[in-house]
Design a protein around this ligand. Structure first.
Ligand code: FES
Length: 108
């Protein structure tokens, strides 16, 4: 069953300094592995797990707002979670991100 937005909580997951521009880190929050990106001074968060098979998207290749899976080169939009390139077909979940007092929070 899909989790509705109002059930989500803001969770402190990293320091702002943990991410450089055009960078990605993997964090754990509420039992989920989540990839957080900083691209052109904007933060994005998606599920770290590829929807095709078992691979960590934070270990993939980031170009602009597209992350390429390291295993079979499927690709996802980090803004929308949409699968952009086969063999990935199903989207990944996206999460809201906020920065406050030099800390990064995601709503999970
Ligand atoms: S595991 Fe990501 S494209 Fe296959």
């Amino acid at each position: 069953m899909a989790q509705i937005a109002s059930d989500r909580q803001w969770i402190d997951v990293a320091a702002r300094d943990d991410l450089e521009d055009d960078d990605v880190i993997k964090v754990e929050a509420n039992g989920k592995s989540i990839a957080i990106f900083l691209v052109e001074k904007k933060y994005y968060a998606i599920d770290d797990g590829c929807t095709h098979e078992l691979a960590s998207l934070s270990e993939g290749y980031l170009e602009d707002t597209v992350i390429e899976c390291p295993l079979h080169q499927g690709a996802f939009c980090i803004k929308t979670g949409r699968a952009l390139h086969a063999p990935a077909e199903e989207p990944v979940n996206t999460y809201d991100v906020e920065v406050k007092d030099e800390r990064i929070f995601i709503r999970v």
